[in-house]
Design a protein around this ligand. Structure first.
Ligand code: MG
Length: 335
């Protein structure tokens, strides 16, 4: 099949400030395999970059060009070891190409028709105190907010948001920004403010710290995100957290995500399905699996000013999947 890949620069609607740092743009890689489209959103905390993804794809190019059967996804991924974001691009492009060849949407190929999708959250990144209320009002169409924390004023941030949006469902994501002591102090206070769950309170490798929080029987479920670097981490975290945030870019695509979801369920863990800053291509691919999880966090396209694709549709936090064959994603005209 014919192969093409290119790096695109995504402009963010607002500077994206989280505990790891701040950025105004992201560079993702779009892969075309035959008529299938895939996306790689490099995961900075895995040491990935658009350049490294491109280099990895160049190394796999000959193998991809020899392939004429898009259903050989597992076979090909066994040969394409390396960057998980690059593997995700390959996995997505082949699922898309396969669906298009068979004339059916990917969720049908996977046997996931008719499952209702949870509503997605909308991210409120770390914002200057004098701009926070306006940013929350701007998000009035989104009744589920995911609040990025990891500052020295986290309680004030959540109090302000709760005042401005008294009825919103609030989830908080500390992006590894707290110590065990901070988590033990803050989480009960967030429960009083009606927060629904806490994501990644502690540094990624602090599994013992997570176990301390678990033993403290805190009033809110704790979901691991950065701690889940690979599907095997789901098992390692099973006795330390209440749930895991699974992302296509961490699992290397749809096949890896399905395996991680099944593993998490067999470990009795709750599941959030999230995304990096991804276009409608990556987010639509993730949404194909949305019926299998408890919480969706697929607002990537809503954070981007120049999304080059159309696919899933948002009505506030409600997501509708396209019913076109494959992923159902189309390049925007002129993009
Ligand atoms: Mg997170």
């Amino acid at each position: 099949m014919q192969i093409d890949y290119q790096t695109i620069e995504l402009r963010l609607r607002h500077t994206f400030h989280i505990a790891h740092g701040a950025s105004d743009t992201r560079r993702n890689v779009i892969l075309r395999v035959g008529d299938g489209l895939g996306e790689a959103a490099p995961v900075a905390y895995h040491g990935e970059s658009a350049e490294a993804v491109t280099e990895t794809l160049a190394g796999w190019q000959a193998e991809l060009e020899r392939l004429d059967d898009p259903s050989a996804i597992s076979w090909l991924l066994q040969r394409c070891q390396g960057s998980r974001a690059a593997r995700a691009a390959v996995d997505l492009a082949l699922h898309d190409a396969l669906g298009k060849r068979l004339g059916c949407p990917v969720y049908q190929l996977l046997g996931l028709s008719k499952l209702p999708l949870p509503q997605t959250s909308f991210t409120i990144a770390i914002t200057a105190p004098d701009e926070l209320a306006a940013r929350v009002r701007e998000a009035a169409a989104y009744p589920i907010l995911k609040v990025k924390l990891g500052t020295d004023r986290d309680l004030d941030i959540v109090r302000t948001i709760r005042e401005v949006a008294p009825h919103a469902t609030l989830r908080v994501d500390a992006n590894a920004g707290w110590s065990v002591q901070q988590a033990l102090r803050l989480i009960p206070q967030f429960a009083e403010l009606g927060v629904e769950l806490i994501e990644q309170p502690l540094p990624a490798d602090d599994f013992d710290g997570f176990r301390v929080l678990k033993r403290a029987r805190l009033p809110l479920p704790i979901i691991a995100d950065e701690s889940v670097k690979a599907p095997a981490d789901v098992v390692r975290l099973a006795d330390a957290v209440d749930g895991v945030n699974i992302k296509l870019m961490k699992t290397g695509g749809i096949q890896g995500a399905l395996a991680a979801i099944q593993t998490a369920r067999s470990c009795d863990l709750k599941i959030m399905l999230g995304c990096m800053v991804e276009t409608s291509l990556g987010a639509t691919a993730a949404a194909q699996l949305g019926g299998l999880v408890d919480w969706l966090d697929l607002d990537g396209p809503l954070l981007i000013a120049n999304d080059p694709f159309t696919g899933l549709r948002f009505d506030g936090t409600r997501i509708t999947l396209p019913d076109a064959p494959g992923l159902g994603v189309t390049p925007r005209t002129g993009a």
